[in-house]
Ligand binder design. Structure first.
Ligand code: 6R9
Length: 646
């Protein structure tokens, strides 16, 4: 394979960035040779109540134990707010841009402080204590950030559930962590459409008796149902408490938040992050990867319902005293120029988004981009899925006017922060490659037998040693944690991703190697979609696979076998797609749904997904070995009736 064009580090950045090439090499070397010394030093990025004397205690074998800075104490909200007040009380902490281009709001660090303290007092008044789980189900409004930070102030563990998830999904996430309080909003707004958040909560709570308190932010003013005694208006509650709330002293290893994410099984896992290591890692990576300097206006377009929103809208930027933009809307409302208009309006310097958004906007041509200035931009970022070189080049040339480096950041909910990414002042770029590991990160590429491969190679991506932002457990199921991540390759963290390393030591993520698919940058387990389908009364069996999709990266392809006596029809196809949408949420709606009289199985009854994937990809000429199939005739029917003929 010929090496693609290298995009060198812009000269000015090499001079001004926190990390240049030489520094990257020497610090990386040190971080691997002496992790205790390196991470001990980085630990100073946060303010400790009681400084740590112990840095690291990690064992990837047996039960798996991961502890960082574990005799130190701190408070996350004090680090994200209070410690900045002396210098930045009036600086904008959160720059909110509404769904409607007419709406925006600057929240200063002192306003953030007051709002967070008041809400923390409300939670205390409602009986929420350290260690309690608080579910947050909100749109992208500043109150979502207040809610998260208020939890951290009193030591409650937040579990943010993406506003696009259904009542059913909300129930699962509330019950799994037994949360006793939920914070929500009357309605969300996206692209001019209303999202009935409170109505979804009402539906979910009929099955969640653990939740005694529901705090409701008035956002659209839409009509909602009210349960006396359980529901409380946010604004009324806030006005009844004081603005003084001392931060609670937390151990570095006290839980900070749970975030549910999809895996290979039907039930999402509660990824648990803890206080000290997570914050150090979020702060360090935000500072170096985005080369964050005082005064920069930084915009990450993710939703706080995903880990990117946690680490790179909220915790990383605020720990660094940044101005972080929070956007309620969508890229194409009111039109396809919105992102670029917001960049001009707020003079954004750093812009961090997902490949799926870039591909969708690319389809609209250069016009909507070129009618804006974008002169304030200095750095672009990408996250969530592999970025194809075409989209990378367009992003670089059209959006960044060939002036702005692109940091393609690879990481996961489990990793807490970015692990593989260019540093803008240090790394020459190759379109489509996440380039090099960050400090302290030891990627290893292993073959199916667990042999570690050298030099240029391709295989499964593992990480050989821990870093402070790593998840600590699956909430309530430590066995599952050890089994999911540490059993495939002994003594290593297995990421679930495939990866290639080239002759220059650059990493190229090739996508998931397990039954997880990535739809528009959102992670979904195929098993989750299958469980939703078989829950429908007319469905006997279902198999779900991903297939290449121009905009979404991967689309969802479902094969459905109906119960005896049921007839396939267009109406039923629609009904099933809507059913999944209702069971999980819009992001899980199958793009293509094929009725299959039966599924290809081995004689022992295992569905042969490899074959289903090939047919979904329209690559049916190359099915490989099908001699183990119980009934080869099944395959012919699947091919004849395939849905993807593109
Ligand atoms: C942060 C986030 C994690 C999965 C991950 C991988 C894919 C994320 C990527 C990328 C290639 C990148 N992924 N960033 N693949 N290049 N820059 O997205 O977390 O939602 O847990 O997804 O996303 O497959 O394993 P999460």
């Amino acid at each position: 394979m010929t090496s693609p064009t290298l995009f060198p580090v812009p000269e000015e950045l090499a001079r001004t960035a926190w990390i240049d090439e030489e520094k990257y090499e020497s610090l990386y070397h040190l971080s691997i040779k002496d992790p205790e010394a390196f991470w001990g030093e980085q630990g100073k990025l946060v303010t400790w109540i009681k400084p740590f004397t112990k840095v690291k205690d990690v064992d990837y074998t047996g039960d798996v134990r991961i502890r960082w800075y574990y005799d130190g104490t701190l408070n996350v909200s004090a680090n994200c707010i209070d410690r900045h007040l002396a210098l930045r009380a009036d600086q904008t902490a959160i720059l909110w841009e509404g769904d409607d281009p007419k709406d925006h709001k600057h929240v200063s660090y002192s306003e953030l402080h007051e709002n967070v303290c008041r809400l923390a007092n409300v939670l205390k008044k409602r009986g929420i204590k350290k260690g309690d789980r608080v579910t947050i189900y909100m749109p992208m409004i500043p109150e979502a950030a207040y809610a998260m930070l208020a939890c951290t102030r009193i030591g409650a563990i937040h579990s943010v559930v993406f506003g696009g998830f259904s009542p059913e999904s909300l129930v699962g996430r509330i019950q799994d962590c037994d949360s006793n309080c939920i914070i929500t909003t009357d309605e969300g707004l996206r692209g001019g459409r209303k999202i009935p958040l409170k109505a979804n909560v009402d539906e979910a709570l009929t099955r969640c008796p653990s939740v005694k308190t529901c705090i409701v932010v008035k956002h659209t003013g839409g009509k909602i149902n009210w349960v006396e005694g359980r529901d409380h208006w946010y604004h009324e509650e806030l006005s009844q408490v004081g603005r003084d709330c001392p931060p609670v002293e937390m151990n570095a290893e006290d839980p900070l938040f749970i975030l549910y994410t999809s895996g290979s099984t039907g039930k999402p896992k509660g990824v648990l992050h803890t206080t000290g290591g997570y914050l150090v890692y979020a702060a360090m990576t935000h500072r170096y990867v985005f080369d964050y300097h005082d005064g920069d206006i930084y915009w990450c377009t993710a939703d706080v319902g995903w880990v990117t929103g946690h680490s790179y809208i909220l915790y990383g930027p605020l720990a660094n005293g940044a101005t972080t933009v929070m956007f309620e809307g969508v890229p194409n409302y009111p039109d396809a120029s919105r992102f670029w208009q917001v960049i001009d309006k707020h003079q954004v310097n750093t812009f961090y988004t997902a490949p799926t958004a870039i591909r969708a906007l690319m389809r609209e041509g250069e016009g909507p981009v070129k009618k804006t200035s974008r002169q304030s931009l200095r750095l672009l970022g990408s996250v969530g899925e592999p970025i194809n070189p075409e989209a990378w080049l367009w992003y670089h040339r059209v959006v960044g006017d060939e002036r702005c480096p692109i940091v393609d950041t690879w990481w996961q909910t489990e990793t807490g922060g970015i692990l593989i990414s260019p540093l803008p002042g240090a790394t020459a770029l190759k379109p489509g490659s996440a380039t090099k590991p960050l400090f302290g990160i030891r990627p290893e590429i292993v073959d199916a037998n667990g042999n570690v491969l050298d030099g240029a190679c391709e295989g499964n991506l593992c990480i050989a040693d821990s870093w402070p932002g790593q998840m600590r457990t699956v909430y309530g199921d430590h066995k599952r944690f050890a089994a999911t991540y540490f059993s495939a390759y002994k003594g290593k963290y297995f990421t679930g991703d495939g990866c290639r390393r080239d002759e220059d030591g650059y990493y190229w993520i090739t996508g998931r190697v397990d039954d997880v698919i990535n739809v528009s940058g959102h992670r979904l387990g195929t098993a989750e979609v299958e469980s939703a389908l078989v829950a429908h009364a007319k469905v006997a069996e279902a198999a779900v696979v991903g297939y290449p999709h121009d905009i979404k990266g991967q689309g969802i392809y479902a094969y459905v076998t109906l119960n005896a006596g049921e007839q396939p029809s267009e109406a039923l196809r629609k009904e099933l797609v809507n059913w999944v949408r209702k069971e999980i949420g819009p992001i899980a709606s199958p793009d293509l749904l094929q009725f299959a009289p039966s599924l290809p199985k081995t004689r022992s009854g295992k569905i042969m997904r490899r074959i289903l994937r090939k047919i979904a990809e329209n690559e049916y000429g190359n099915l490989g070995d099908i001699s183990t199939l119980a009934d080869p005739a099944v395959v012919k029917d699947l091919i004849d009736n395939r849905m993807n003929r593109g």
